[in-house]
Design a binder for this molecule. Structure first.
Ligand code: ATP
Length: 138
């Protein structure tokens, strides 16, 4: 059995996760990447997406928004704007956020900043919905 690697997921509000895991797969801006212990160090920005990790044969999913990841041989640190375990995502809340963002995208057509904000909110909502539904469907 391979040695575990420490995974820490931190947001401005809290330490969301700090655990020894077998493998981490995250969504970088240049695509998905997987990390086992003793991986060569690197730093990457993240995009809204899935972060999954396996621990003792169990696969866990998280929704991660923005930020970056630092990979060291014995540790992966994810610094994100927001991160939620799939099972903690409130689907109704994310649906409401999606609807609000879609409406704002229509209303904000001419206001660039509002448009950018609404697009970011929509991406957050969509990734939360995707990941929450993925585990709901098994
Ligand atoms: P909302 O408009 O519903 O607040 P948001 O995208 O603006 O959504 P964020 O600013 O990204 O929310 O997050 C604020 C906090 O709420 C973070 O701690 C985030 O993890 C949490 N959060 C946001 N949406 C959900 C959700 N659908 N389920 C569980 N936690 C959520």
């Amino acid at each position: 059995m391979a040695e575990p690697i420490r995974l820490e997921v931190v947001t401005p509000d809290k330490m969301v996760l700090s655990e020894d895991v077998d493998i981490v797969v995250a969504t970088g801006t240049e695509g998905e990447f997987g990390v086992l212990r003793n991986h060569i160090p690197f730093l990457t920005t993240l995009q809204e997406g899935e972060l999954r990790y396996r621990k003792g044969g169990k696969l866990e999913y998280m929704a991660v928004t923005g930020g970056f990841a630092e990979v060291l041989p014995d540790k992966v640190t994810v610094l994100a704007e927001a991160a939620e375990h799939a099972r903690e995502i409130d689907i109704d809340r994310a649906e409401r956020a999606r609807e609000r963002a879609e409406k704002r995208l229509v209303d904000a057509r001419r206001e660039e900043l509002d448009h950018i904000r609404a697009e970011a909110a929509l991406k957050r909502a969509l990734i939360r919905l995707k990941i929450a539904r993925k585990i709901a469907e098994g």
